[in-house]
Design a protein. Structure first.
Length: 366
């Protein structure tokens, strides 16, 4: 089926709808839908959170009888299976939609082309792959989990022009501007989990909440192999977002029980080569519904994730100041002896945030 003149415009409206659910739909993808009839938008919808109606169903409910003979635009291929909600294909057919345009193919084995086949068998015109790159980018964490069982991992760091996250004495507040810190909290609002190491909890006693802008708090995760952090630390405070401590100690140990008494979930994962297995830790977090993990730990935690080849993206806030050679580097110790051994990245964007720079880059697989 060929494209209509305004297909891209309406799909961009669906993308705008989908973005309203970013960070809130896990373990489901963020999806937006727009219903158009006679060249006019008659209804829009998005998926707000898991267990609630999907984007297509919300738009169809709003459109009512006007949906008959209309076109529906969806950023993701409509589902055709019963989960916590009925299949979207069923709602589309019952509403009398005559044309379906979608962006991303769904790698979920429960979907994966089944909905498209059902719609076409029923005589509905279907066009797939419209603005696919943009629709795919919206749900890259979901797609990665579906294909690998691992969440999408972003490392965030605030640093000086010479790449330092603290002075030689460990002082780090504040390297970047208030505008950068607000932007960082915007990122927290869009992810499913914020991950730090035990060293960061011991040194900074962070809350890991979204305080500098309106939003919601992501799951808080502490990588603490020996459970050396204090159960009374701010990050473990009862109430609010769920908190998880990942350790290699047994869940029924004396130390672990001190955390569970405060409502903290203890995840025990094996060690690998004398250190906690981060791959296993991420897979355990996936089972908790995490699609996108934001690593905000210090150099030791960042280095461990980089060494394990588990980092997909880096987000670096760079302040116009210098700390010198004795300052603490953001990436920690890496196995780099020659330039060819360096960890390669592809810069996606650079923008100004107040007096600072915000750089986003994609790590190349080693």
């Amino acid at each position: 089926m060929s494209r209509a003149p305004n297909d891209e415009r309406f799909m961009r409206l669906a993308l705008d709808e989908a973005r309203k659910g970013l960070g809130r739909t896990h373990p489901n993808p963020a999806v937006g839908a727009v219903i158009v009839k006679a060249g006019r938008v008659i209804a829009t919808g998005y998926h707000a959170r898991a267990g609630t109606a999907h984007a297509e169903a919300n738009a169809l409910l709003l459109a009512g009888k006007r949906a008959k003979g209309a076109t529906i635009y969806s950023t993701l291929e409509p589902c055709d299976h019963f989960g916590r909600t009925p299949p979207c294909t069923q709602a589309i057919l019952e509403a009398g939609i005559s044309r379906v345009v979608y962006g991303s193919a769904d790698p979920n084995p429960l979907v994966d082309g089944k909905g498209v086949k059902r719609l076409r068998r029923a005589g509905v015109q279907v066009l797939g792959g419209l603005l696919r790159a943009e629709c795919d980018a919206l749900n890259e964490p979901f797609f990665k989990v579906m294909r690998t069982g691992l969440p999408f991992v972003t490392v965030k760091a605030a640093m000086t022009l010479d790449g330092k996250i603290a002075t030689r004495l460990g002082a780090s507040k504040w390297i970047t501007s208030a505008a950068s810190r607000r932007k960082a909290h915007e990122l927290r609002d869009r992810v499913d989990a914020i991950v730090v190491g035990a060293g960061t909890v011991a040194a900074d006693d962070p809350q890991l909440t979204t305080r500098l802008r309106s939003g919601r708090d992501a799951m808080r995760v502490v990588i603490d192999p020996s459970l050396r952090t204090k159960p009374t630390a701010k990050v473990y405070a009862p109430g609010g977002a769920p908190t998880v401590v990942v350790t290699s100690k047994p869940e029924d140990s004396y130390r672990a029980r001190a955390f569970t008494k405060r409502g903290v979930r203890v995840l025990t994962v094996p060690e690998r080569r004398g250190a906690l297995d981060l791959d296993a830790a991420l897979r355990a977090l996936t089972k908790q519904g995490v699609l996108h993990a934001l690593v905000e730990g210090g150099a030791a935690t960042t280095s461990a994730f980089l060494r394990a080849g588990l980092v997909d993206e880096v987000v670096l806030f760079i302040a116009p100041t210098l700390f010198g050679a004795e300052g603490l580097t953001w990436s920690g110790s890496l196995p780099v002896l020659t330039p060819v051994d360096g960890f390669k990245a592809r810069v996606l964007s650079v923008e100004r945030v107040g007096v600072d720079l915000l750089l986003r880059a994609r790590l190349e697989r080693r």
